[in-house]
Structures are given as structure tokens and as C-alpha cells.
Write a protein that binds this ligand. Structure first.
Ligand SMILES: NC(=O)c1ccc[n+]([C@@H]2O[C@H](COP(=O)([O-])OP(=O)(O)OC[C@H]3O[C@@H](n4cnc5c(N)ncnc54)[C@H](OP(=O)(O)O)[C@@H]3O)[C@@H](O)[C@H]2O)c1
Length: 249
């Protein structure tokens, strides 16, 4: 296995499940020390599929922090932001999906999308950049929504998609103005992806995808590693969606 990230510290927000866990596993196997964050307490060896007390398990730290049970401003002095300030590789994977038309959106829904889908990646990027700049090296991976690489109209998720399009601006701006410090910033834009959280909607969403099946979280994670490993890829919004179009079906 290539150990390209040996000696690097990775922080994966939303790294205890779904696509984030698949990315965290790959970072670990490529030599990084990995701090994974999630909402719930979990056993690191179990979720990474490792024997207990193995050498690899010692390279994992797990931090529980439920963003919905804290005020957003509490993050500023949290252990998670401290971790971001010293990490070499930052992946902000968590991003709650809100599927509501604009006339159905409540104040709480707007708070969720603007804070957790947009400001959250933003504050972690800001926290990480200073140290990465000093080290002249950094890798940042963020997440857009399905097909949010361009501006269009959305019937049932305009607020979520707006926040995810904003992530694209974070990516482009970080790439443009921090490239000279050896920092890359890219985002994955997954198609409808199967994870342990999606069982209730799998059948419905699979019908909306080309080939009638969901994308696997392993496929999305491999695409993420492609972006993280190649220093020449910077400012990329990579669609991993088989060419999905809202108008095709
Ligand atoms: N899945 C898709 O079809 C799809 C499609 C397009 C874009 N995306 C984007 O891809 C990214 C990854 O999505 P995903 O499907 O893997 O699921 P996700 O729900 O965004 O991420 C799961 C991770 O977030 C943690 N998490 C969940 N609720 C939390 C909360 N309230 N506070 C703190 N952490 C919380 C989970 O921890 P626990 O396991 O402890 O709950 C787990 O570690 C997201 O940004 C999403 O918007 C996904």
C-alpha cells in the first residue's frame, strides 16, 4: 500500500460513517494519523474494521460532537477547531440534506443549511489555513451536493443547493489564493450515494440515477483520494454522478 500520507495529521469531520468513514479509512491506510469526528460514540477498531489494539488503531482518534446539540458559536473554542488548527489534511464531509421547497422552509431549516452546509466547511477551512500556510503544505477536501457545480433552479432543495454552490466558491478561492503555499482545495459532488444512513430512500433515489443504481460510498471515497493525492489538482469540483441530470428521468 502506498504510504503517501505518512507523518501527516488528517481531520475528517463526519468521518465516523458514510462517505467520510470511507475516506478516513483510506487516509489511515495511506499512512496518516486520523482524527475522525461524528455525532455518536463509536468504537474506532470496529468502524475501521481493524483488530482491537492493532498498531493502526493507535493512529485513530475519535471525537464526538453533535453540531445540532450545540450553538454554532460554541465551535470556536472547541477541540475540533483546535484539531483543525494543527491538521495537514482537512476533509469536511458532514453536510445535512434538507429537501423542502422554498415555501416550506422554516427558520430552523435555514439555520441548518446556512450554518451546517456552508459556514461549517468555511470555519474549518479558515481554522486550518494558517498552519498549512506555515508548513507550506496542506490538503483540503470539501463536499458539494449532486450537480451543484453550476447555478440552476431547484424545486425541492434550493436552500441546500445554494449552500453547496457556496462551497464551490470556498474551493475556488482557497485554490486560487493559497496554491503558492502548497495547499490544494477541491470538492466532491457525489450523485445519490448508498450509505448506512440512506436505506429509507435508496429505492426512490436509485431510479433517479443513470443505470438505476446508487453510487457506492467507496467509489466517491476513491475519487476523493484522487483529489487529495495529486498536488496538481486544485480548485476542482469533481462530479461523481455518472453524468446525472435532473431532466433526464
Ligand atoms: N449520500 C448522498 O447521496 C449525497 C449526495 C450528494 C452529496 N452528499 C454530500 O456528501 C457528504 C457526505 O454525506 P454522507 O451521505 O456520507 O452523510 P452525512 O450525514 O453528511 O455524514 C455522516 C457523518 O456525519 C456525522 N453526523 C451526522 N449528523 C451529525 C450531527 N448532527 N452532528 C455532527 N455530526 C453528524 C455522522 O456521525 P454519526 O455516524 O455518529 O451519526 C457521520 O460521521 C455531505 O456533505 C452530503 O451533503 C451526499
Amino acid at each position: 500500500m502506498n504510504k503517501i500520507f505518512e507523518g501527516k495529521k488528517a481531520l475528517v469531520i463526519g468521518g465516523t460513517g458514510g462517505i467520510g468513514l470511507e475516506i478516513a479509512k483510506r487516509l489511515l491506510f495511506r499512512g496518516a494519523e486520523v482524527c475522525v469526528h461524528g455525532a455518536h460514540k463509536k468504537n474506532p477498531a470496529q468502524i475501521f474494521g481493524l483488530p482491537a489494539e492493532s498498531e493502526l488503531e493507535k493512529k485513530i482518534e475519535l471525537i464526538e460532537y453533535d453540531f445540532k446539540n450545540h450553538h454554532f458559536e460554541d465551535l470556536e473554542n472547541s477541540v475540533l477547531i483546535k484539531k483543525a488548527e494543527s491538521c495537514d489534511i482537512l476533509c469536511v464531509c458532514y453536510g445535512p440534506f434538507v429537501q423542502k421547497s422554498l415555501d416550506e422552509m422554516t427558520f430552523a431549516d435555514w439555520q441548518t443549511v446556512s450554518l451546517l452546509d456552508y459556514a461549517l466547511p468555511g470555519v474549518f477551512v479558515s481554522a486550518a489555513l494558517k498552519n498549512m500556510r506555515q508548513k507550506n503544505w496542506g490538503r483540503i477536501l470539501l463536499f458539494g451536493g449532486t450537480g451543484t457545480d453550476h447555478r440552476t433552479e431547484y424545486r425541492t432543495n434550493a436552500a441546500y443547493a445554494g449552500a453547496k454552490c457556496g462551497v464551490g466558491i470556498l474551493v475556488q478561492s482557497t485554490a486560487a489564493f493559497y496554491a503558492d503555499s502548497g495547499i490544494t482545495c477541491n470538492a466532491l459532488l457525489p450523485g445519490f450515494t448508498k450509505t448506512e444512513y440512506t436505506a429509507a430512500t435508496d429505492a426512490l433515489l436509485a431510479k433517479k440515477m443513470p443505470l438505476g443504481t446508487l453510487v457506492s460510498s467507496a467509489s466517491v471515497a476513491e475519487s476523493g483520494m484522487f483529489l487529495l493525492e495529486n498536488p496538481d489538482l486544485n480548485g476542482v469540483l469533481l462530479r461523481v454522478d455518472r453524468g446525472w441530470s435532473p431532466n433526464a428521468r
